[in-house]
Write a protein that binds this ligand. Structure first.
Ligand code: ZN
Length: 266
């Protein structure tokens, strides 16, 4: 299967995620590697992440304004990260952060469908059923994207779910030597990748891990206090270079261009 994968040149990958920073944390290495190999990488982010930590206390107590400002900041951070990774098309939608499971599924699917029709990706990457660490918004994006691809029948792109290699975030936290949360609000680094299904595609993105780290740290509002900020570029390949993906059982079934990035040990 690997030897017959299409060449990356001219191929298009679409990443569908919930919040600014998901793209870099989940698969920044793959995205950078795709761009370096000549593929176009595009992103659809369904919220601006305005519900995340980092809302500065307001003198006037106006939490709505504070959330709006955080959403604007995180949108700018995502734009910077996308620039680092070489993303050629970035679309950020205004769904409410933290509310995706309670958002009209048909509306979400229509927006994902529109992006697929506009960008005509060969490969879509989104969350797996574990939502990286059981984040409800992530699981919702997994469900909605899977439904869109399943409904496309023979015209569907290849669909891959990204999962975190178990233990990877524990190693990042250990490396940093601090007890801070890898992702704000998530105290247990072992939640990443726990109970994820085994990968069908392991990508060694080591040469692109420093770029992934740079992109991650563009998300200053989320990562400044994270152990991620203590990772030296020289350690990025060891700590962040391996990425796991699993081919979905819906969507195109033939070889996809990212299969050519498979680690020889896969
Ligand atoms: Zn997220």
């Amino acid at each position: 299967m690997v030897c017959s994968a299409p060449a990356p040149q001219g191929q298009v990958l679409l990443g569908v995620f919930a919040h600014p920073d998901d793209e870099s944390l989940a698969c920044g290495g793959l995205l950078a590697r795709c761009v370096a190999a000549g593929a176009a990488v595009t992103l659809l982010c369904l919220t601006r992440g305005e519900g995340g930590p980092g809302i500065a206390p307001e003198a006037d107590g106006d939490e709505t304004a504070a959330r709006r400002r955080l959403g604007e900041q995180r949108t700018r951070e995502l734009g910077a990260a996308a620039g680092v990774l070489g993303v050629s098309d970035l679309q950020v939608l205004d769904y409410a952060d933290g509310m995706l499971p309670w958002t009209d599924a048909a509306a979400l699917e229509a927006d994902i469908q529109r992006a697929v029709e506009r960008l005509r990706p060969n490969v879509i990457v989104t969350f797996g059923p574990d939502g990286l660490y059981w984040h409800a918004d992530h699981i919702s994006v997994h469900e909605r994207t899977t439904a869109v691809v399943a409904a496309m029948g023979a015209a569907a792109p290849a669909l891959y779910y990204v999962t975190m290699p178990p233990g990877q975030m524990r190693e990042v936290a250990r490396h940093a030597g601090v007890g801070a949360e890898v992702v704000p609000g998530l105290g247990d680094p072992d939640a990443f990748g726990a109970l994820a299904e085994p990968p069908s595609l392991v990508v060694e993105a080591g040469p692109f891990a420093a770029r992934k780290l740079t992109a991650l740290l563009c998300h200053h509002s989320q990562m400044a206090a994270s152990p991620m900020a203590a990772v030296a570029p020289g350690d990025a390949a060891r700590l962040l270079g391996t990425e796991h993906f699993r081919r979905a059982d819906v969507g195109a079934s033939g070889p996809a261009f990212i299969d050519s990035f498979a680690s020889p040990t896969t």
